[in-house]
Design a protein around this ligand. Structure first.
Ligand SMILES: Nc1ncnc2c1ncn2[C@@H]1O[C@H](COP(=O)(O)OP(=O)(O)OP(=O)(O)O)[C@@H](O)[C@H]1O
Ligand SMILES: [Mg+2]
Length: 477
């Protein structure tokens, strides 16, 4: 590399120097600055870890014996973080064995004996920086691989899913709250599991609680736990979800169904990470990453009073909205292929693919139950087919008869894009569900307006939606 370019690289290089001896660290920092690099210093590992976050060094140089968090523990912590910059260890004179051990066991980039020889340090810093650049390039390449259509168990080649995959990669390794929204069956829980799998908490538990499935009286005890005798029937002390999910991830599903008072308590926990069991006297610290999901439009849930505004802002550090399958039909072939592999494995079958007719029928269908509905259709077809190709005859009737659609007479002033069509073979139950969901989409989830249009009471609409939420979309099975 010509010298001019080396100097240019050096100018950008950020070096963190960790040493408890003031003269050592200021001496090294002076040297590093004189080479045109940027130096920051810390006197022990704890302070250094903070600087790793705030200063984002390209390379770290650290002493081993220090008060507070020593060099060994510091290296361990860096390794745990999973994405640490290369670290050069300074060892006492004649202590090569220790140096080698830090490289082999603690992931150090290299070691140098004290007193440090300036020219050796300079070369090593550049080499470590080049190594770091290579790692960054690898990460970018890895990310580009994602663009080929999957992230973990999630599949999708549509631009919207690809954007979501990138966002998942960015938000995954952090501790930030993520609000996940999308219709039923779009993959909200999958997103939550993927975020957990991408985080340093992946070895810890993943726990999901469905706020809609619990009666109001039980939800707080489920979330926060209770002491013996806290209420009638509390015969034993019980740990809540926050305790169960300690050092892991907690998904609060259907957050809009959580009672307002519980939402207020949750907000406090998110602020100070402390939980008190029902009937308990003391608070204890919890280390849990909280994710929340809703099949409502979050902003509307706030306007409608189902979601507290302050909680919404606290949860919405990242917002991931999963589009319905009908708005990303290019995802149908890759998702089908992926699900076939999974279902073959589950049912010990050897189905190779689906026929072009089947794929066309899939493209024409509106998938009100989204990916879950597609999975159910495929599961039935895989079992019926056993091996070879899935044909039209393996599909439920409503998908077989796509060609004969029955337009429902529309009011004279209706917008053609609001036309709802059903194919012969659709059951009354499915047609009703399709119409209700489509109307809700039209009213942007305004249930009062939807009930008016549909000519049913708001209560009936709520009951129907509850029924759809609790029942898997079984599509003519
Ligand atoms: N992108 C995807 N790739 C592969 N499979 C998917 C994808 N999205 C969803 N699925 C599958 O669809 C099914 C439903 O996903 P999930 O339970 O995450 O949906 P959800 O949005 O949480 O639904 P609900 O609102 O009803 O709880 C799962 O079986 C999952 O395996
Ligand atoms: Mg779910």
């Amino acid at each position: 590399m010509p010298d001019a370019r080396i100097e240019e690289v050096d100018k950008l290089l950020k070096v963190l120097i960790v040493d408890d001896e003031v003269s050592q660290r200021t001496g090294l920092a002076g040297m590093v600055n004189a080479w045109g690099m940027v130096a920051e210093t810390a006197s022990e590992g704890g302070q250094a870890l903070d600087k790793v976050s705030s200063f984002s060094p390209d390379v770290i140089v650290t002493d081993l014996n220090m008060p507070g968090v020593d060099g060994y523990r510091f290296l361990e912590k860096l390794q745990e973080s999973g994405d640490a910059p290369p670290t050069i260890v300074l060892t006492g004179f004649g202590n090569i064995e220790t140096g080698v051990r830090t490289v082999h066991e603690l992931g150090a980039f290299w070691f140098l004996e004290k007193p440090v020889q300036p020219n050796v340090l300079q070369v090593l810093l550049r080499r470590a920086a080049a190594h770091n650049n290579l790692r960054t390039t690898n990460r970018i390449l890895e990310r580009q691989l994602l663009y080929k259509g999957s992230l973990g168990e999630m599949v999708g080649t549509s631009p919207r899913m690809q954007e979501i995959f990138v966002l998942l990669q960015q938000a995954g390794p952090t501790n930030a709250c993520v609000l996940i929204s999308g219709e039923s069956g779009t993959g909200k829980e999958m997103v939550a599991r993927t975020l957990h799998a991408l985080s340093p908490r992946r070895q810890g538990p993943f726990f999901a609680i469905n706020c809609a499935a619990l009666p109001e009286t039980l939800i707080e005890s489920e979330l926060f736990g209770h002491e013996k005798g806290a209420f009638t029937g509390a015969s034993e002390r019980r740990a809540g979800c926050f305790e169960v999910a300690q050092h892991g991830t907690l998904l609060l599903d259907e957050i809009g169904e959580m009672p307002a008072l519980t939402q207020a308590k949750l907000l406090r926990i998110l602020e100070d990470s402390k939980v008190r069991r029902l009937g308990g006297k003391t608070e204890f610290e919890v280390d849990v990453r909280v994710l929340a999901a809703t099949n409502k439009v979050p902003e509307e849930a706030v306007r409608g009073g189902q979601l507290r505004e302050d909680l919404y802002y606290r949860l919405n550090v990242f917002h991931i909205h999963l589009p319905p399958l009908r708005d990303r039909k290019e995802d149908i072939p890759p998702v089908t292929e992926f699900l076939l592999g999974e279902l073959n494995h589950k049912h010990n079958c050897k189905v190779s693919d689906v026929s072009p007719d089947v794929l066309e029928a899939f493209q024409l269908h509106n998938w009100p139950g989204n990916v879950r509905e597609l999975r159910n259709v495929l599961e039935r077809a895989v079992i019926l087919t056993g091996e070879g190709t899935i044909d039209m005859k393996h599909l439920p009737a409503f998908l077989q008869n796509r060609s004969t659609t029955v337009p429902v007479p529309a009011p004279p002033d209706a917008d053609p894009s609001d036309l709802v069509q059903f194919s012969i073979g659709t059951t009354v139950e499915e047609a009703e569900k399709g119409l209700i969901l489509r109307t809700l989409e039209h009213t942007k989830n305004n249930k009062t307006r939807a009930a008016e249009i549909l000519g049913i009471s708001l209560k009936t609409l709520h009951n129907k939606l509850k029924e759809y939420g609790s029942k898997e979309v079984t599509a003519n099975m």
